[in-house]
Design a protein around this ligand. Structure first.
Ligand code: ZN
Length: 161
């Protein structure tokens, strides 16, 4: 089993208890700044338990398309997309992957990509959900947040599709 871990997992020191390698991105590593988490992380890197990876451009584009289809694209940072890109890249290589994150949008896209998800401090989603953005004035439905082009309303409401 391969794990793809975001910063929340490293703050909790989870890489020490997972029964497999913890993959992550350089951006996540740089978010882990407090001394004890940092030290645990460096031990993990030295032991080969924590592996730094970068998804390809094509993998990132694929993840962005999946995120868009679920209405999640606007809620994911570049780092989130890269974490998901690594998960997708491992899945393509035949790994069983668990994405470790408390971010609901990351979890949602991970499930859709075929990964399992594991929360750090909160329970995780069980199945993917699609969200849409609805204009409260005219009811038009969009797949991302923004301004309604029909009536100019800027506060589209996020709803489960
Ligand atoms: Zn509207």
């Amino acid at each position: 089993m391969a794990y793809v871990v975001d910063a929340a997992g490293f703050f909790a020191g989870l890489q020490n208890v997972l029964m497999g390698k913890a993959y992550t991105t350089p951006e996540v590593l740089s978010e882990v700044k407090d001394e004890s988490s940092r030290r645990a992380l460096e031990l993990g890197l030295a032991a080969g338990k924590v592996v730094v990876a970068e998804p390809s451009k094509a993998e990132l584009q694929r993840v962005a398309r999946v995120a868009k289809s679920l209405g999640e694209l606007g809620r994911l940072s570049t780092t989130d997309l890269k974490v998901l890109g690594i998960a997708y890249s491992l899945i393509k290589k035949g790994f069983k992957v668990v994405v470790v994150s408390d971010d609901r949008s990351v979890q949602n896209v991970a499930l859709k990509l075929g990964a399992e998800v594991m929360g750090v401090k909160r329970a995780s989603l069980r199945r993917p959900r699609r969200y849409v953005y609805v204009c409260p004035a005219c009811g038009a439905v969009f797949d991302k947040p923004g301004i309604c082009p029909k009536c100019g309303v800027a506060q589209l409401k996020r709803k489960k599709a």
